[in-house]
Structures are given as C-alpha cells and as structure tokens.
Design a protein around this ligand. Structure first.
Ligand SMILES: CC(C)(COP(=O)(O)OP(=O)(O)OC[C@H]1O[C@@H](n2cnc3c(N)ncnc32)[C@H](O)[C@@H]1OP(=O)(O)O)[C@@H](O)C(=O)NCCC(=O)NCCS
Length: 183
C-alpha cells in the first residue's frame, strides 16, 4: 500500500519521526483508558514509532493540510481472511469525524485490495465513543463476551476481567452498502 487519501486525511505507514506526535496521545491517560497498555514515556514512544514503522498492521492518520499525525488505525490479519480493526486518536482531534473518515477508507481498501472477507472490531461496552464509531461504520454487533479478557491484575494479583463487544462486517455486507457487485 502506498497511501490512502480521503477528503481531509492521509492514511500512511508509520515513520520513526512520528514519535513526538505519537507520544502526545499515547501519554494521555484519557485517550488510553480502554487500551491494554499504560501511558507511554518519551523513550517508549520512540521505540513504538520504530516498531510501527516496520509493522504493516499500523497506519498513521495525518491531516492533509498540515501533515500532522492525529491518530492511528490498526488492521491486523487473522485466520480465514478475517482482519481486526483498531484505532486510537489524539483527544484534540476526536469529535470531528476523522476516525470514521479514515477507518471507512481503510476498510474500503481492505475489502477491495487486501483480500479481506470479514473485518471485526472489539471494544469495551463502556467505551461509548468506540461503539458509536463502529455503528457509524455500519458494523454489526455480533455479541457481548462476558469476562473474556484481562489487561491488568488487582492488588491481590487476580485478573481484572473485562467484557467485550464484538462487531463485524462481511465483504458481502460492504458490497450491498456501497452498491458494488460482489467479486
Ligand atoms: C474511539 C475514537 C477513535 C472515536 O473517535 P471520534 O472522533 O469520536 O469518532 P468519529 O471520527 O466517528 O467522530 C464522530 C464525531 O465527530 C462529530 N463530527 C464533527 N464534525 C464532523 C464531520 N465533519 N464529519 C463527521 N463527523 C463530525 C460527529 O458529530 C461525532 O460526534 P459525537 O460522537 O459527539 O456524536 C476516539 O474516541 C478514541 O481515539 N478514543 C480513545 C482510544 C480508544 O478508546 N480506542 C478504541 C479502543 S476499542
């Protein structure tokens, strides 16, 4: 993939120089509230930018006008031509439709050029903004998994179990919505 261009955004591969703008949002406690990791230090953000620059599953989302990095998408390949979508955006650039605009373009690309048959996304039932985004992307709620995962342990060392909403879209559903013929 080269880069994907939308009305307001460029979706491209990560570069090592992105670390500072990556740090801006990965160091924000509110932004990473539902993520499996803790806030990043500057050193961790530098390493993460290097790691992402060679990981084809991570996509940097930048404003077309200024080239500013405002967030990232994730699209990782699993089995059976199923891909998992993820996203994290800088708080200053949420609530402006950027996540939906970039994710929609990446999903379109995955269905048309990457051989995706099914795209899934997981989020906490408490993550209202994420659920609204998935519904805006026309993804279908397939299930609510109870206590299926944990990211942290409590002071007693026991897992803090979390519930997960699982959303999905099939290529056939995407074709109907976009009005294109299934290939
Ligand atoms: C989840 C997340 C990506 C959603 O981002 P978002 O900016 O709310 O999502 P969208 O791009 O769909 O933006 C929609 C909002 O922009 C508003 N908006 C403003 N201008 C707009 C425009 N020109 N076009 C479209 N929407 C616009 C919409 O009205 C909507 O606002 P609302 O949610 O208050 O109704 C973001 O909250 C985030 O990064 N959270 C932290 C990380 C996280 O939790 N990731 C998911 C883990 S599962």
């Amino acid at each position: 993939m080269g880069q994907i261009e939308t009305e307001r955004l460029i979706v491209r591969r990560f570069e090592q120089q992105d670390w500072q703008q990556l740090y801006e949002y990965l160091s924000d406690k509110e932004v990473i509230e539902f993520e499996p990791y803790d806030v990043f230090t500057e050193e961790q953000a530098k390493d993460e930018a290097i790691r992402r620059s060679s990981d084809p599953s991570f996509y940097a989302v930048c404003l077309k006008d200024s080239s500013r990095l405002i967030g990232n998408l994730y699209l990782g390949k699993g089995d059976f031509d199923t891909w998992e979508l993820g996203y994290v955006f800088n708080g200053m650039y949420q609530g402006q439709g950027y996540a939906a605009e970039s994710a929609k373009a990446l999903m379109d690309y995955a269905f048309t050029h990457m051989g995706a048959r099914r795209i899934v996304a997981m989020c906490s039932p408490k993550n209202v903004r994420s659920r609204k985004l998935l519904e805006r992307l026309d993804m279908r709620l397939e299930g609510l998994l109870l206590q299926n995962v944990y990211f942290k342990t409590g002071s007693d060392g026991e897992p803090i179990w979390l519930d997960t909403c699982e959303y999905a879209m099939l290529k056939t559903e995407w074709c109907v919505r976009r009005g294109v013929t299934v290939s």
